[in-house]
Design a protein around this ligand. Structure first.
Ligand code: GCB
Length: 607
């Protein structure tokens, strides 16, 4: 089924919005009999569950928390009489990992993929001035034909559990907000912008996609509400004199207002916030508004106590305050596109974001963080699952770009995390994935992917696709840890020398490096897992980064401790956080603050 508009839902003079957040009914369907038993009409259940949130961490019994399979959400929805005549849609910020939506017992939409929004038209089936029944059949199983990749294990007692090929817990459910949107039939469907800056003047190119032949008018207002430019037509240019640029650390935003007019009659109005800035990779520099930047920041996760991967704007706010405090200027949305509210905050705060599609687990292993260092080969890109997986991957890239292309904070796309690149079969796959991003992004942002430990110069077949080479490296943790850290450093340098010898003339950044650290462990001399070792490890890595002029960024793994699947390598989750899961600093946070406060934005620039 075709996805509706990906625009962030907003209320305007012509648009109405009703939140469906709150308590929903929930029913697990382990034997998948719900469909034949008519659950699409409503659920016979006593369980209720908050939305947005992952369902897992509310429960005190393990079967519910680890539930893997079909699960149904339902609630009543009163649709006001005034909405009659408008186009009605249900807009899900994310439904993890696949969903079938029913309204008043009728199927209205099917969606695959758990980290991007979809909007389904319900005009035909909805009743205005009456209660309606919204039911969503979710499924949270992992497979090799969907992103992120993994599998399902059936236990001897018949219960299924998720087996991710990735290192984060399979949080699922209605993780993001749900809205009823009511918009006019003649409406704005989407828009995009491009930027050219000449002295103090900016040319903002725009294209508006509409479901209408009405006249389009586009206006830009500055932060004081003063009109900065106006233009007419579905495609055009807004000339902004004395343009205030969106800068790193100072995210100046213009309000863009798009109106559809029939003579003087307003048919539709939509607004959003954009930032005037350019992005370019030149030689080994990453340039924002023509000026070089050095990335300081984190790989993150959407992960918090109780709500799991559910949108948590309160915690997001805390995260931004901590990132500002520590002197960071960037982060990667590892390993999936985050809630839209995160990008909105990054736009305002002037953070640079590497937006990552949920293409993780493309190395067939349930402990890929270990196998990556051993040179294990799984020939992931040569199986029968590949055509279907590629199709899903291309779809998710399209949806991510459609959703996020107007955010000034997004300066690069990460198209895969730690895929297996040591086999030729990866090459045609990469070609399609990289082409897709280039084709769909109006701003032609740089594209990258995070290279796993064994994607090294003489083995990796795919690094040439990247505009920015992004390395995930764990010398001193997964290899040569503890007293062997001196060997780790040598091995690290040996690899970096090989990259240097290739003379790629591209920026390198570290998208991951880190050491698990239990906040309760202090040790003199250090041992692995102690706070002291984390700092020792980080200092070693930084010495290596600092000695290569083409290294233009460091995003440590991870911003905070986060939940993973259980296992002997994980102690109630991954503990590589610089902050705890409750967002309090480990000692390393103070070490970073000192380092990052002293590194200028144009650190190591070629200018
Ligand atoms: C990686 C993965 C990340 C893991 C991390 C680790 O390479 O990209 O998802 O959490 O290593 O801590 O092992």
């Amino acid at each position: 089924m075709k996805n509706g508009s990906m625009l962030y839902p907003r209320e305007t003079a012509t648009r109405r919005l009703k939140s469906l957040d709150g308590m929903w009914d929930l029913r697990f369907d382990p034997s998948s009999t719900g469909s034949s038993e008519g659950w699409a009409n409503g659920l016979d259940t006593s369980i209720t569950i908050p939305v947005p949130a992952s369902f897992q961490d509310f429960f005190t019994d393990k079967d519910a928390r680890e539930y893997c399979g079909d699960l149904w959400y339902a609630r009543d929805l009163y649709i006001p009489k005034e909405y009659e005549g408008l186009k009605l849609a249900l807009r899900f910020g994310a439904a993890t990992h696949r969903a079938i939506v029913y309204v008043n017992g009728q199927e209205v939409f099917r969606h695959e993929g758990g980290f991007l929004p979809f909007s389904c038209d319900i005009t035909e089936v909805a009743q205005c001035g009456a209660e309606n029944k919204v039911v969503v059949k979710l499924n949270n199983e992992l497979s090799e034909t969907n992103l992120p990749c993994g599998t399902v294990k059936v236990l001897k007692n018949g219960k299924k559990i998720a087996k991710p090929y990735f290192d984060f817990y399979n949080y699922s459910g209605l993780n993001r907000s749900v809205y009823l949107t009511a918009i006019p039939a003649d409406s704005v469907f989407g828009y995009e912008t491009t930027y050219a800056i000449d002295g103090t003047t900016a040319q903002v190119g725009y294209t508006v996609k509409t479901a209408s032949s009405a006249k389009v008018e586009v206006s830009l207002f500055d932060e004081d509400g003063v009109l900065a430019a106006r233009a007419e037509g579905a495609t055009g240019t807004l000339t902004v004199e004395d343009a205030k640029l969106w800068q790193v650390g100072k995210g100046y935003l213009y309000k863009i207002v798009i109106r559809l007019l029939d003579g003087d009659t307003l048919l539709d109005e939509y607004y959003d916030f954009i930032g005037i800035r350019t992005v370019e990779v030149k030689g080994t520099d990453i340039l924002i508004n023509g000026a070089p930047v050095y990335l300081k920041g984190f790989g993150k996760h959407e992960d918090s106590d109780i709500v799991g991967r559910g949108t948590n704007i309160a915690q997001t706010k805390r995260d931004f305050e901590l990132m500002k405090w520590i002197g960071a200027n960037s982060f990667r949305t590892s390993h999936y596109p985050y809630s839209e509210e995160v990008y909105q905050m990054a736009d305002r705060e002037g953070f640079l974001v590497i937006d990552e599609v949920p293409a993780v687990g493309m190395l067939r292993s349930i402990a890929n963080f270990l196998d990556a260092s051993t040179g294990a080969q799984t020939n992931f890109f040569s199986g029968d699952h590949v055509p279907k997986l590629l199709e899903r991957h291309l779809d998710d890239i399209a949806d991510m770009i459609e959703r996020d292309k107007n955010h000034p904070c997004v300066f690069a796309w990460s198209l895969l995390n730690e895929p297996e690149t040591t086999d030729e079969s990866a090459v045609p796959y990469f070609e399609r994935v990289f082409e897709q991003a280039a084709k769909l992004d109006p701003q032609k942002r740089p594209r990258t992917f995070a290279l796993v430990m064994n994607s090294v110069p003489d083995k990796c077949k795919c690094y040439q696709f990247s505009d920015i080479i992004a390395l995930n490296r764990y010398f001193g943790w997964y290899v040569n840890g503890g007293p062997e850290i001196c060997d780790a450093k040598e091995a690290f340098i040996a690899e970096m020398d090989k990259w240097q010898a290739l003379d790629l003339d591209k920026p390198f950044i570290f998208t991951e490096y880190g050491a698990d650290t239990h906040p309760g462990i202090h040790k003199l001399p250090s041992v692995m897992w102690s706070q002291e070792y984390q700092i020792e490890y980080l200092k070693m890595c930084h010495e290596v980064f600092d000695s290569y002029p083409f290294v233009k960024g460091e995003q440590v793994w991870n911003f905070a401790d986060f939940q993973t699947t259980e296992g002997i390598m994980r102690c109630d989750g991954n503990k590589k956080g610089i902050f705890t899961r409750q967002r309090q600093p480990k000692d390393a946070a103070f070490y970073f603050k000192k380092r990052w406060d002293s590194l200028p934005l144009d650190h190591k620039s070629n200018k």
